[in-house]
Design a protein around this ligand. Structure first.
Ligand code: TMP
Length: 216
């Protein structure tokens, strides 16, 4: 059976970390082997890169260019170490963020040259492209509120990516809209400001037919 590669995208507080496990549970109930990965990270090398990007006390001076390359170093490893082998075994891969995050954050957010961004992504992923991408879309205000309430309930862990200003996150959100408009077939926009169960159903309406086709 052919594998299926699903990615989740969205700004901070868009609800990916709530929805990913719910989708996994549903797919497992249907008897599928599902593997969940995240970016940056997902492999031992990638998780070290993730620490450098987000939490390392030594990361304050990181340039946007270094950020772009580290995100894609983690990705190049993940694609070859886990994603391609799992897809060729016919598994379903769900990845919490993939290269659309780079276009949105490093391209639109940091304002790096888009041609350079595309070329680095291309080098990292080759022809490994998601079958479907779920873009969880929430208004900026909801995103900020969810982030604040998460920060209030969990112990504080500094995250360099979250230190960017509001204008940065507005550019990222606008970037996601443009990315989705350019690839309406692959990228499905989910209105993610409602109730958890409603969002889950909207996701399932997209994924169920894809999974059903695979079984024939
Ligand atoms: P998260 O796993 O909590 O979503 O954190 C990952 C952070 O890294 C988030 O702020 C988005 C950012 N990111 C990029 O800027 N570019 C990328 O290519 C990826 C995968 C993530």
């Amino acid at each position: 059976m052919k594998g299926l590669f699903i990615t989740f995208e969205g700004t901070e507080g868009s609800g990916k970390s709530t929805q990913v496990p719910l989708l996994v549970e549903r797919l497992q109930e249907w008897g599928h082997t599902v593997r969940v990965l995240r970016e940056p990270g997902g492999t031992p090398i990638g998780e070290e890169i993730r620490h450098t990007l987000k939490h390392s006390p030594a990361n304050s001076a990181m340039t946007a260019e270094a950020e772009l390359l580290l995100m894609n170093a983690s990705r190049a490893q993940l694609v070859r170490e886990l994603i391609r082998p799992a897809l060729s075994r016919g598994e379903i891969i769900i990845c919490d963020r993939f290269y659309d995050s780079t276009t949105a954050y490093q391209g639109y957010g940091r304002g790096l040259n888009m041609e350079a961004v595309r070329s680095v992504i291309g080098f990292a992923v080759g022809n490994t492209i998601p079958d479907v991408t779920l873009l969880l879309r929430v208004p900026q205000q909801v995103s900020e509120e969810r982030l604040r309430s998460r920060q209030a309930t969990l112990p504080f862990i500094r995250d360099r990516m979250e230190e960017a200003d509001r204008a940065f996150f507005e550019r990222v959100a606008k970037g996601y809209d443009e990315i989705a408009a350019a690839e309406p077939k692959r990228i499905q926009i989910i209105n993610a400001s409602g109730a958890i169960a409603e969002i889950q159903s909207a996701i399932w309406r997209i994924i169920a037919p894809l999974v059903a086709t695979r079984q024939h």
